[in-house]
Ligand binder design. Structure first.
Ligand SMILES: Cc1ncc(COP(=O)(O)O)c(C=O)c1O
Length: 385
């Protein structure tokens, strides 16, 4: 969400005391933008920049030795594996890593690859393969699927109300979920189901890491890991060779691979983040000045979790003032990465109106004087994410 500075605002709590909010940033309710990571990276600009010369990366080919994946930089793949190993959030040994232009592109590639696989096995009797996801779901899935107007697959909405009792289907499992922050499991649970796990937010700043995810098709993105959304880098971790091959083919057809500069930048960022935590472990028993200065910087996940926790705290305080909105509560869990109990701090806040009104419609009506509290409330809060 765009961070727009406003003047400071005070919420008057009906003379029961005032709650001073230290800034008056506006919450943009339209879309997310991970600018909360900006101060972190600004602080280490020089240590983590990539220099690209005019003559660099001219070729289409990034790895001529890998015939079916010539555009993928091997150092990017190595850095992805290292990040997952350091964080412990996904199994990557023996898995195929496929880079793409954000995980949005990989989502389409995965749907197509799975649908082609079903088609080849001839179990779908020429009907569209249903694609479902439990509500509330990330709105992109529906829009992207509907735009495709594919002859192979069709968006069928909420997995909870999916009634077909036989035949193949694709279910998208987003965990933690956008928009409600919940951990999720598949809901249809039939043998013919093919699953895509969108694990964009399965990182320690958002949720406790309880075990390495090990699913057939998993999607991740730089935009939610380090915050570099504009770099447009995502990756899929895929178990099956044939599915991986089909996904690579799709990426090749859509964009002849993904931007080499982006892969290089992601590689640099990943090694910085991983170095920071591995050095921490290495230098655990050493005292400064043995520890290099650079690693005195707060780790990215510590920064992310701390920042989100502060924003949630602020949001909960403001919501209490309104008395009109419910926010979800999340139980803490043991995070293997942090080695302690942590609270989930999702990137999104799922608002529920206690009155039963549609919160989406309400938020569009903030000019209505009877809903003045909403205007104040939205003006006072810093965005969560
Ligand atoms: C659940 C989920 N998956 C994927 C994406 C998109 O990721 P990318 O920026 O890599 O396209 C988002 C962005 O908000 C998201 O919330």
């Amino acid at each position: 969400m765009h961070e727009t500075k406003q003047e400071n605002v005070t919420i008057d709590d009906n003379n029961n005391g005032t709650h001073n909010l230290d800034d008056g940033d506006v919450i943009n309710l339209d879309h997310g933008d991970p600018m909360m990571f900006y101060p972190y990276w600004k602080n280490i600009d020089n240590e983590c920049s990539v220099t690209i010369k005019a003559s660099d990366m001219i070729s289409y080919l990034a790895n001529p030795k890998e015939p079916d994946f010539i555009y993928q930089m091997p150092e990017f793949i190595d850095a992805v594996r290292r990040m997952h190993r350091v964080v412990g959030n996904a199994v990557t040994d023996g898995r195929y890593i496929i880079g793409g232009t954000g995980s949005s592109q990989l989502f389409i590639a995965a749907i197509r690859a799975l649908a082609f696989t079903v088609k080849e096995s001839n179990t779908c009797n020429n009907k569209h393969i249903p694609v479902v996801c439990a509500e509330p779901y990330y709105s992109f899935y529906k829009e992207a699927m509907e735009q495709e107007r594919s002859e192979l697959y069709k968006w069928q909405g909420d997995a909870n109300t999916f009634k077909e009792e036989s035949g193949p289907y694709i279910e998208v499992v987003t965990s933690p979920n956008n928009p409600d922050g919940r951990s999720r499991k598949p809901v249809v649970n039939r043998e013919e189901g093919l699953l895509i796990y969108d694990l964009a937010y399965y990182w320690p700043h958002y949720i406790p890491i309880t075990s390495p995810a090990d699913y057939d098709v998993m999607l991740f993105t730089l935009s939610k890991t380090t915050g570099h959304a504009g770099t447009r880098i995502g990756w899929a971790v895929v178990k099956d060779q044939e599915i991986a091959k089909k996904m690579k083919k799709q990426i090749l057809l859509m964009s002849i691979g993904s931007c080499h500069e982006g892969q290089l930048r992601a590689t640099k960022l990943f090694h910085f983040v991983a170095d920071r935590y591995e050095h921490d472990a290495y230098y655990e028993h050493e005292k400064p000045p043995m520890k290099p200065n650079l690693f005195d910087v707060e780790g990215l996940f510590d920064y992310g979790h701390r920042t989100l926790a502060q924003r949630w705290e602020k949001l909960r305080a403001a919501v209490q003032h309104t008395g009109t909105i419910n926010l979800p509560n999340f139980s803490p869990g043991f995070c293997n990465f942090f080695g302690k109990l942590t609270h989930p701090t999702p990137a999104f806040a799922w608002l529920e109106c206690k009155t039963g009104e549609d919160a989406e419609i309400l938020t569009q009506k903030t000019k209505d004087p009877s809903k003045e509290w909403l205007t104040v409330w939205f003006r006072c809060l810093r965005k969560i994410y």
